[in-house]
Write a protein that binds this ligand. Structure first.
Ligand SMILES: [Zn+2]
Length: 575
């Protein structure tokens, strides 16, 4: 789990569309050898139920105990322990009879990672005529390199206020209005328009409201720098989170071309107000003017320069991929992809007890165990699923979802042939629940599949229980959504059987306080696997239903990722 830089957001579930018919055999398919329809309205079909019996506490805990053991040294990226982890996963997949599905026919999809440490100066100055305004690093601004070079530099660039910095055709909203912003530094309001439920889904934060979108869009305009204005309500977290998240070594994938900023920065709200006042304007008035489709970029009549040195490091790691091929000749070139990240934080600063190994038992040996157990259930099916099923263990999640970003940039199936991504990041170690937290609820037709199957378990599907943290955009499924693939994250339920209301939330909060990203996230004999078993079986049956359905899942109408899905489907449709 990568829980820093969470975006504050409210989840609103939309009215659900009735899902397409799931996998009823057509006459043609019966001829092709599809034996019987899967009826999920009652109970799971007998064969699928039997296969799911293979998902047991012993199977799950075995993987977790191994991967979270001290000999795996916290599975830090690009370490010997990383290679041992990749080997363990490859061995497990091979042992289950899966086929290697890396791009070169091996189990691995290898890639490089670049680490950048910026030496940001104490002061950043802005000029207006003969006058100068200086902002102080850390307390007033935070800056990082946008380029993978030893120097990042902005030289006497004009500062332009661009409102929200959003170009969203589906909302007929474009803050840039085609203006030439090359060589400029853009000052940007955080979040997306949130005052109207018809615009950007109201209070809910969409991708348009995130810092990564804003920096990428600014670069696409040809800007050399971008400054996001931090406020607690618009970010969902205090300035201190900006400080800690953007200091020290930052990891990213090697650039493959494409526009990049020289410098990506944040300023506090007070400093933004100072800067705008320095330009002879009022920040509140500018922000108000940005709340309109008619907004035009505003040049502040201020220029700025900033140069700093960067230290670069390079490393290599790998995603691990296994496959079970589909049985239907017409659908087997489409895939359902399960993901769980295999990396954690490695060896680091010792805790009070002197422990330096960040074992990452819950985060994310549990998710890896869930996906391995699901793979084992799939291969036990007497009748193979129609679509192919991919089991993808991604690397370098903790430093910014980089393994899934690499896969999404270099997918082994065209995005338009990927039916869905089902992600696991952190399993339930606290017991049976009456619910499942489904992160991504309200976005795609996967909802209906999961709701129907959860009902056969006597469980209900709930949205993110921490809506202010924006988990949908903080785990690996997000990179699949960005290439259009309907994607969701199975998270721990909150309504525990035999426990008082609020107990589940307390356990999660307690974990976050005393174990999350600490050496104490270790395997514990006292963990209760009953809930994790239910979640694994639900995930298995959901993937099976999607793998057998006539049609692939789709985004609900109007979803932020619908347009990119449409393009992906068009790209693979026969001319
Ligand atoms: Zn984590």
């Amino acid at each position: 789990m990568m829980r820093t830089m969470a975006g504050g957001q409210m989840i609103r579930t939309r009215s659900k569309r009735v899902l397409q018919c799931m996998g009823a055999c057509s006459a043609l398919l019966i001829l092709a050898g599809c034996q019987r329809p899967l009826d999920w309205n009652g109970q799971p079909p007998h064969d699928a139920e039997e296969a799911a019996e293979r998902i047991t506490a012993a199977r799950l805990s075995g993987h977790i105990e191994t991967l979270a053991g001290d000999e795996y040294e916290g599975r830090g990226p690009a370490t010997a322990a990383d290679l041992r982890t990749q080997q363990y996963l490859s061995d497990q997949l091979a042992g289950m009879g899966l086929e290697p599905a890396g791009p070169d026919g091996s189990w691995l999809q290898e890639f490089g990672v670049i680490g950048i440490t910026a030496d940001v100066p104490k002061h950043w100055s802005f000029q207006r005529g003969a006058e100068t305004l200086t902002l102080n690093h850390w307390d007033q601004f935070i800056a990082s390199s946008g380029v993978q070079r030893t120097t990042s530099s902005i030289d006497r660039a004009e500062v332009v206020f661009v409102g929200y910095g959003i170009d969203a055709p589906e909302y007929a909203w474009n803050d840039y209005k085609g203006q030439d912003l090359s060589g400029k530094v853009l000052l940007i309001v955080n979040n997306d328009p949130d005052w109207d439920p018809e615009l950007f889904e109201g209070k809910k934060r969409l991708y348009y409201g995130r810092w990564d979108y804003k920096y990428a869009m600014a670069a696409r305009q040809g800007a050399v720098g971008a400054i996001i204005i931090h406020t607690v309500p618009s970010a969902g977290y205090p300035w201190q989170v900006v400080q800690t998240s953007w200091s020290g070594k930052q990891f990213e994938l090697p650039s493959e071309g494409g526009a990049r900023l020289e410098i990506a920065a944040w300023v506090t709200e007070d400093s933004a107000a100072d800067l705008v006042r320095f330009a002879g304007r009022d920040l509140a008035e500018l922000v108000e003017s940005a709340k309109s489709r008619d907004f035009q970029p505003v040049s502040l009549g201020v220029t700025t320069s900033l140069t700093f040195e960067n230290q670069l490091t390079q490393a290599r790691t790998a995603n691990v991929i296994g496959r079970l091929r589909g049985s239907d000749p017409a659908l087997r070139d489409e895939a359902v992809i399960y993901t769980a990240h295999h990396d954690h934080l490695g060896i680091g600063t010792p805790d009070a007890s002197g422990d330096r190994i960040y074992n990452g038992a819950l985060d994310n040996a549990t998710g890896v165990a869930l996906v391995l157990a699901i793979a084992d259930a799939f291969r036990a099916l007497p009748i193979a699923h129609r679509r192919s099923i991919l089991f993808l263990f991604v690397a370098v999640e903790e430093q910014g979802l980089l393994g899934s970003e690499y896969y999404a940039a270099h997918p082994t199936y065209p995005p338009g042939k990927i039916a869905a991504n089902l992600n696991f990041d952190g399993g339930n170690i606290w017991g049976k629940t009456r619910d499942i937290t489904f992160i991504g609820l309200g976005k795609s037709s996967i909802d209906a599949v999961v709701e129907r199957i959860a009902a056969t378990q006597g469980r209900v599907v709930k949205p993110d229980q921490f809506p202010d943290r924006g988990y949908y955009y903080r785990s690996d499924q997000f990179n699949f959504a960005k290439i259009g693939v309907p994607a969701a994250f199975f998270d721990t339920g909150s309504d525990f059987i035999g426990r008082p209301a609020g107990w589940g939330k307390q356990q999660v909060e307690l974990y976050e306080e005393v174990r999350y990203h600490q050496p104490s996230d270790e395997f514990d004999e006292s963990w209760n696997f009953e809930g994790m078993i239910d979640d694994a079986r639900l995930g298995f049956w959901a993937g099976l239903a999607i793998g057998n359905a006539d049609a692939m899942p789709s985004w609900l109408p109007g979803d932020e990722f619908e347009a990119v899905r449409k393009a992906a489907l068009e790209a693979v449709s026969a001319p």
